[in-house]
Design a protein around this ligand. Structure first.
Ligand SMILES: Cc1cc2nc3c(=O)[nH]c(=O)nc-3n(C[C@H](O)[C@H](O)[C@H](O)COP(=O)(O)OP(=O)(O)OC[C@H]3O[C@@H](n4cnc5c(N)ncnc54)[C@H](O)[C@@H]3O)c2cc1C
Ligand code: FES
Length: 279
């Protein structure tokens, strides 16, 4: 049982949790994730470890409530427990001094990008950050990203904050400028990572993306997270979750990620539905 010691709303649907996990906290590296189960009979979901405090024995998770399990988690408060938290899982992000790098976070992907950007800064890189979202209310961790970035750019699809447009509009300007960008790290929705990778390929700039494949066990045994990288089958949980964006078969991944859409919809509706007779 894993105690929630802090809960904070970052946006309408995104919440930050600090959870007591004394065996995970000291081992965690940037890029690692946990697989958690909120309650008995619940599904397992992968969530990135955004931060940890080895002394306090806590880990920080930032979760967007989009379906049944993440909405169930959102009903939990300080003092409540999460049933299982397994980790740290996945390979730590390869961190090196590239010189100048662009870190791109789309939606809740910004939370997953924060520990990586911190580690890249510590390794001596100049950090150009792009935070993208559909609208202003969905921008999270702007101040935290600004603190570790040399320059931060915001884009919103509807123009309600920052530059109107998508992250690739800003990325193109940075790649065209004489900044010596030699690597791009991108985490966000699959279409965003796909188009970032297509753009950086034109500039021959190495690109790392974090694949949010459907995961179940997180240990390479169930096959749920299989992805095709450079024509070879890989498991995102044990071979990733980060891969060379130029090698990822994004179209196959997009198709696979929609496999359970109908069931997810039913499960979400059953969870959020409140019977009028029970009111
Ligand atoms: C390595 C990794 C790290 C992640 N880190 C974070 C994070 O830090 N914060 C965050 O909010 N989200 C993160 N996610 C995504 C998160 O796991 C899904 O949002 C969550 O599983 C949705 O569950 P649900 O029941 O609420 O929604 P569902 O209705 O089940 O699904 C909603 C959407 O989430 C996707 N999804 C469903 N189940 C899974 C699963 N087991 N694994 C991956 N995606 C799934 C579906 O394709 C669907 O588009 C991460 C995913 C991966 C693979
Ligand atoms: S989650 Fe089961 S093999 Fe990766």
């Amino acid at each position: 049982m894993y105690l929630i010691t802090h809960k904070e709303k970052l946006s309408q649907t995104i919440t930050k949790y600090v959870v007591k996990a004394p065996f995970i906290a000291p081992k965690r590296k940037a890029g690692n994730f946990v697989i958690l189960r909120v309650e008995e009979h619940g599904e397992r979901i992968p969530i990135t470890i955004v931060d940890s405090d080895a002394k306090e024995g806590t880990i920080t998770l930032i979760v967007q409530a989009i379906g049944k399990t993440t909405k169930l988690l959102a009903t939990k408060n300080v003092g409540d427990y999460i049933l299982d938290v397994v980790g740290p899982l996945g390979n730590p992000t390869p961190i090196e001094n590239h010189g100048a790098v662009v870190c791109i976070g789309g939606g809740v992907g910004t939370a997953e990008m924060l520990p990586i950007a911190k580690a890249l800064k510590k390794a001596g890189n100049s950090i150009y950050t792009i935070i993208g979202a559909r609208s202003k209310e969905l921008i999270i961790l702007e101040n935290e990203m600004k603190e570790i970035s040399d320059k931060t750019f915001i884009t919103t699809d509807d123009g309600s904050y920052g530059r109107k447009g998508v992250v690739t509009d800003q990325l193109k300007d940075l790649l065209d400028a004489p900044l010596g960008i030699s690597a791009v790290y991108a985490i966000g929705p699959l279409p965003m990572m796909k188009f970032v990778s297509l753009l950086t390929k034109q500039y021959d700039v190495q690109t790392l993306v974090s694949l949010n494949a459907i995961m179940v066990d997180g240990t390479g045994m169930c096959g749920g997270c299989r992805v095709t990288i450079g024509g070879e089958m890989k498991f995102a949980c044990v071979d990733g979750p980060e891969f060379d964006g130029h090698q990822v078969d994004f179209d196959e991944m997009l198709m696979r990620s929609r496999s359970y859409l109908a069931m997810e919809k039913i499960s979400d509706e059953l969870f959020t539905h409140q019977c009028q007779l029970e009111k």
